[in-house]
Design a protein around this ligand. Sequence first.
Ligand SMILES: Cc1ncc(COP(=O)(O)O)c(C=O)c1O
Length: 459
Amino acid sequence: MTQTEKILAMDSRVIHPWEGFGKSVNQRTIISHGDGIYVYDNDGNKLLDGPGGMWCNNVGHGQKRIVDAMTKQAAVLSYVSPWSHPTEVSAQLATKLAEMAPGDLNRVHYTTGGSTAVDSALRFVMFYNNVRGQYDKKHILSRHDAYHGSTYLSASVSGKSRDKNWLDFESELVHFLTSPNPYRMPKNMDEKDFVNHLLRELEETILDIGPNKVAAFIAEPILASGGVIVPPAGYHMGCLQICRQYDVLYISDEVVTGFGRLGHWFASEEVFGIVPDIITTAKGITSSYAPLGAVLISDRLINEVDSLSTNTSIFANGFTYSGHPVACAAALANIEIIQEENLLENARNVGCYMQEKLKSLIDLPIVGDIRGLGLMGCVECVASKDTREPLEADYKIGARIDAHCQSLGLLVRPLINMCVLSPALLISESEVDDMIAILRLGIERATADLCAKQLTPSK
Ligand SMILES: Cc1ncc(COP(=O)(O)O)c(C=O)c1O
């Protein structure tokens, strides 16, 4: 048995996220180490990490400064209960986050990752309305194609239909609005009509349920795992205005867009012009060197809760590893690297370049849409460019493209009929050139597979 086969045999005990059952062969690639924007598999093949892990490896692999900060913190103090004892690193990080966050989002509730940040944000909204005596104000509005996580509550507000097949969800209190995907807007509309349509739907939904019952609207600035859906201009601002009008809290889920992916610490205000009531963040906060999440809550909400609370009002939410000192040390070092190496600026510049380069793939016969912003990009494959009908899941086109790209030295993240890219913020223009050249070849080879199987997409 080779070393790789041995590891795969041991790995067969692991139930991975989104594990598919009924398959017998474990064909996953074992990644042994990483350096900058590259990872290396167990056989020594160098692979450009196109998805940056899972949209989370913002400063690249092998950053010694983060490793040293974590080592030092673990040696000095590996853990203390966040219930009773603050630590210097968690307090310092909270101060930094408050400086970086928009508006008066100055209060920080730590979690262990993105799902627990979303879950905690939604539970805070429930707590907030209970303290205000608004016991019926509990309904949550989300969107189709949204992804907010994998706890019961965060999965319940996620709107990717394929994930709904084999599990159970809270459905009484959660309502889904149309995905703000311009590529799939009704044919008779332009983008302005589409925005008006989406805003009307939001307002009518609030009025149907009753504003006294609707607690929050949760939205990723760009729907990431739903396929990098960039809502049309004016959408977020319009949604915020309607939420304000009906006393509905706006939760901006910046688990992916935070910490530089769009060239700013947070995208809500800098990119989309809105200051939400709550921001959830994780992933890039430590560039994936340690699990950490945070809910950033506005002073306004906390002051209101403070003023209405009796000493029996407790926000009974939190985790053993909330604000873990080693994770906070990683986050502080990560933020320093982003600042000192001007990675926000690089993400803005190279992000524009990557979007331009990606657009050049539109001539490929199965590519229907190319979309994205900053260092988030997506290629969507369709059966017909005219009807925009997606290439069905059975074709496994995303996985085929991924397999071809991997043999050529690039990891992409397949999502059914789409491939997404979100490389580390330090990527250069020439590395983008390499990435897009490989992606082109990967799509061409995957198209040839379909043709060989006589599944040729019509034009
Ligand atoms: C927008 C968004 N929110 C929440 C999550 C959940 O984060 P985690 O996987 O860290 O729990 C994700 C994960 O991809 C995400 O993309």
